[in-house]
Design a protein around this ligand. Structure first.
Ligand code: DQQ
Length: 574
């Protein structure tokens, strides 16, 4: 083996060990003793109010979100019997606004040989004639992962309650020779090009992440293309791939089949090794049927993430009603498994976000769907509030455990900015945030919000900016640091962080945080960098939760304007 190959392999193994020690583990953990253990009573304390969460049990990946005849459909991986992964079915909810939901019976569940041992993730495509079809992964009795299709039993049922698996057709894709049958899953929404449908299935070949490409004329017979749409070395299993076009400018979304000069493409993969969702911005070379990431997009673990926190197995869909592309993502847990079992639930979905291309064309922007604002209640404001060194000023008058906060900070002077030490890594924001936490004084920052804070700050989740300078360039770090979020032991409390590729000429930085009892979902600089933290405070709960604006830098920061709203509960939730 060549020395360089050996070195890469050693690095890969070291990386795997490091990741696993840090509590992020590959694939779903299996707890046979808990899989079908129903909770005696469902604990309410940390349940979210306005995030998507069923009344009890385990949930994971969003599946096949779609808009059909005036209704949004949302499916998700669900264990109907317990609070850990297992017994997975496709739960199904419908909504007119993606905020208020009605729960239906599971749409897809193991019923045939081709999905006897599992009905796993997949996507929807609306075929001509307004006919939805779902492609999903089934696990057969030999533990082979195969791709199946399901269609609504009755297109005139407005809720599309019942789904059938057309007799004699499934599986529509078998893992052929050379394909790793136990790592072959999560078909994408299909797109149409030159007389064929195309879709991608995630996989790996040794340690190489693969997006296998399939083509079909009729959506029944699928042929594997000679080469994958894309692959990348040493990235491990690619779960839940997502591939879609995005306009070069503007916020409008596109149907998955749109091509043209005004369009770039996004390929997102969920890396099983790290359990984060990474994407690249690139070009779809239609003649070759290959996707090539731009040279500004890193293709691997150091790449761009939708979210630098608890956010995985996401999926987008095109909403033709409002011409936007919407992203759903699973917010995985940071509580212990025994606590999940005791509480009777685990997992939520992030607030659906619209995605569009940053005008710099190097990354995506994300923002909560506008419909969320219908839940805004009592509003308080803070304008032109000075934050001097050491200040933490309370935002009073709202329910701080269930709030939407949108703030713009003004930085009067950037003169005293901290130097960026060249020994620090520009690819490991989390490590930098661990070193430079919310209490470590800097020049410009740390400043931001203390969410889910107890009155005397025994517990708080700080979401904050810190600015550095390296030669002539400012480097902006956004942290959502769970280390001080709870007095409870055993929780996963990472110092989640991401860099913010932002121009500071107007000396402003904005931050929006959606605070919902056990989740803080934040959008830095208008949605350039997003971080979701799952936290379990013991004191900062319900009416004992507080919200503060703070500054621990030597230089004064101004809260130019801050709007905070108490958030109402949706009328019906699942
Ligand atoms: N979850 C599903 C798989 C997918 C994984 C099983 C990602 O299809 O690869 O529940 O979380």
């Amino acid at each position: 083996m060549a020395v360089s190959k050996l070195l890469s392999l050693t690095l890969f193994i070291t990386f795997l060990c490091a990741v696993n020690n840090g509590r992020v583990e590959a694939t779903h953990e299996i707890y046979p003793q808990f899989q079908s253990l129903s909770a005696v009573s469902v604990h309410q304390l940390h349940r979210t109010a306005f995030h998507f969460q069923p009344p009890k049990n385990w949930i994971n990946d969003p599946n096949a979100p779609m808009y059909y005849n005036g209704i949004y459909h949302f499916f998700y991986q669900y264990n109907p019997k317990g609070a850990v992964w297992g017994n997975i079915v496709w739960a199904h909810s419908v909504s007119k606004d993606m905020i208020n939901w009605k729960a239906l019976e599971p749409a897809i569940y193991p019923s045939h040989r081709f999905d006897r041992k599992g009905a796993w993730s997949g996507s929807a495509t609306i075929l001509p004639g307004n006919k939805p079809v779902i492609l999903y992964t089934g696990v057969d009795p030999n533990d082979r992962q195969v791709q199946n299709s399901a269609v609504p039993a009755n297109l005139s049922d407005p809720y599309l309650r019942k789904w059938i698996k057309p007799a004699g057709l499934n599986p529509v894709v078998d893992p052929e020779a050379g394909v790793n049958a136990s790592a072959f899953r999560d078909p994408t929404t299909a797109w149409w090009l030159s007389g064929h449908w195309r879709m991608v299935v995630g996989s790996k070949r040794n340690h190489r992440g693969m997006a296998y490409l399939y083509r079909s004329r009729d959506f029944i017979h699928w042929i594997k293309a000679k080469h994958p749409l894309h692959s990348a070395p040493r990235t491990g299993m690619w779960e839940c791939p997502d591939f879609y076009p995005i306009l070069l400018s503007g916020k409008q979304g596109l149907d998955t089949s749109v091509l043209g000069k005004q369009v770039k493409h996004i390929l997102k993969v969920s890396l099983d090794v790290t359990r984060y969702d990474y994407y690249t911005v690139g070009t779809y070379l239609t003649d070759e049927d290959r996707y090539v990431p731009d040279n500004t997009s890193i293709d691997g673990w150091a790449g761009l993430r939708y979210d630098y926190g608890n956010f995985y197995a996401s999926k987008t869909f095109f909403d033709p009603a409002k011409k936007r592309r919407i992203l759903w993502g699973w917010v995985n847990e940071s509580d212990t498994t025994s606590e999940d079992v005791r509480k009777g639930w685990a997992g939520i979905q992030a607030i659906p976000r619209i995605v569009w291309l940053d005008p710099n064309q190097r990354q995506l922007m994300q923002w909560p769907i506008q419909e969320l604002e219908t839940l805004r209640g009592t509003n308080v404001k803070m304008n032109h509030q000075m934050l001097k060194t050491g200040d933490h000023i309370e935002v009073k008058g709202i329910s701080a455990a269930q709030a939407d906060v949108d703030v713009t900070f003004y930085i009067p002077s950037l003169d005293k900015v901290e130097a960026f030490n060249l020994g620090w890594s520009l690819t490991d924001a989390q490590l930098l945030c661990a070193k430079k936490g919310s209490k470590v004084q800097g020049g410009i920052g740390p400043f931001g919000l203390l969410a889910l804070a107890s009155e005397n700050l025994e517990e708080y989740t700080p979401v904050f900016f810190r600015i550095f300078k390296s030669s002539q360039k400012h480097i902006v770090l956004l942290c959502s640091d769970a280390r001080s979020s709870s007095l409870k032991d055993g929780l996963y409390k990472p110092s989640f962080a991401g860099f913010v590729d932002v121009d500071l000429t107007d000396k402003k930085l904005s931050l929006r945080s959606l605070i919902d009892h056990s989740v803080v979902e934040s959008f830095g600089a208008g949605g350039k960098t997003c971080i979701t933290s799952r936290v379990y405070p013991t004191l900062a709960v319900l009416e004992n939760a507080h919200l503060y604006a703070f500054n621990n830098g030597t230089e004064t920061i101004i809260v130019e304007n801050l709007n905070a709203w108490s958030m109402k509960k949706p009328l019906r939730m699942n």
